[in-house]
Design a protein around this ligand. Sequence first.
Ligand code: UDP
Length: 437
Amino acid sequence: MPLHRLEPLLTAERVERLRATVDAARGLLDRRTVWNVNSTARGGGVAEMLHTLVAYAAGAGVDTRWLVVDGDPEFFAVTKRIHNRLHGVRGDDGRLDAGARATYDATLARQRDEVVDRVRPGDVVLLHDPQVAGLACHLRDRGAVVVWRCHVGQDDHNEWTREAWGFLRELVEPAQACVFSREAFAPDWVDRRWLRVIPPSLDPFSPKNADLRADEVEALVRRDGLVVEGAPLPTDGRVVLQVSRWDRLKDMGGVLAAFGEHVRLLPDDVHLVLAGPQTDGVADDPGAAEVLADCRDLWHALPPRARDRSHLVSVPMDDLDDNARVVNALQRWSTVVVQKSLAEGFGLTVTEPMWKGRPVVASAVGGIRDQVEDGVSGVLLDDPRDGAALVAALAPLLEDADRRREMGRAAHLRVRDHYLADRHLIQYAELFAQLVG
Ligand code: UDP
């Protein structure tokens, strides 16, 4: 994907800086490959971002590849536990003890050679998230330059985050540099000289974000089979949308419960749409089917007045571009987008609707606090568990089209100024220059 595609969106100064940085990086990385390694090719923010960044970097003439490490359910149960605990919650009853470590090591050991043998000494390897952190020492032994990028975390460390960091420390320490979406996510043992804060970005031209005509939006939203619970999506009225993986930390159930309890505070034509991926589509997200099933139960238990206006949507995952276009259409079709996460490293599901000029109401947690300026480019909710506060924030916004327009415009500019790929690529290029230069 050619980088110049981005140029019409950027100021002359940004274009110049991007060109200069990429030219320098191309020279520096000559005869080196930049590898990205993670544990899923689809579903979630990391895969979403890698599709774009790998394509842009390749388009800029940097040899960039992406490897996906596979795992069995036991492995993903352990990595989900780490994921939850990095977000400060226990998640399940299991421990991150020697047994968990043995499960983790066994899966990586099976695939280690496949990754390590492809990498040449001097190559740069970006390991994404806890699932692949355990490859760092083997890649260092191979002579690679290793960066571990952690996409999750939370500012306040507690017993659960400490347990997860205790598990990860030995795995991560061989990496020469660590990247976080927010500095406060990093545990204190990460060497501050080699810690970089690089927030994610989105691609305005991807199927997830590219402009859609009104008739395309209509056709995508009206697709047969999307709604798994509730009436067909409404043809008029106002729509509140949350798009997320079916993960407890996204609190889809909390949105539904808040709607059920406080629906009287909202105008009569307001509908709630909760959309997530088909639950058999994402290998590294154990528990998704259970979370969706719980939401379905909650939906059935809603008072009729709220149930008639709530819709659970399952977006097919067989064709990723198609999945992205449906999400794109839902975001464009909605009136206000919600992200009631209980914890969030960085929410692409916040940045995506902002790019589309949608006002968002989101929990003031993790990276979302950087993404949204409260009252300007969206509304932040201090207490992510407070359903009444969510509805109280939605009600005036749903009544005020001018405020929505203004907030949507500010939201779009916020993304343009901070969350496009040029900033992201420049930050990577600068880090690589420091590591290999
Ligand atoms: N997503 C999607 N289909 C769905 C649900 C989510 O494509 O049915 C995408 C969503 O648009 C976003 C990503 O998955 O690009 C989620 O990224 P985010 O950073 O919000 O959270 P994560 O899932 O990584 O925790």
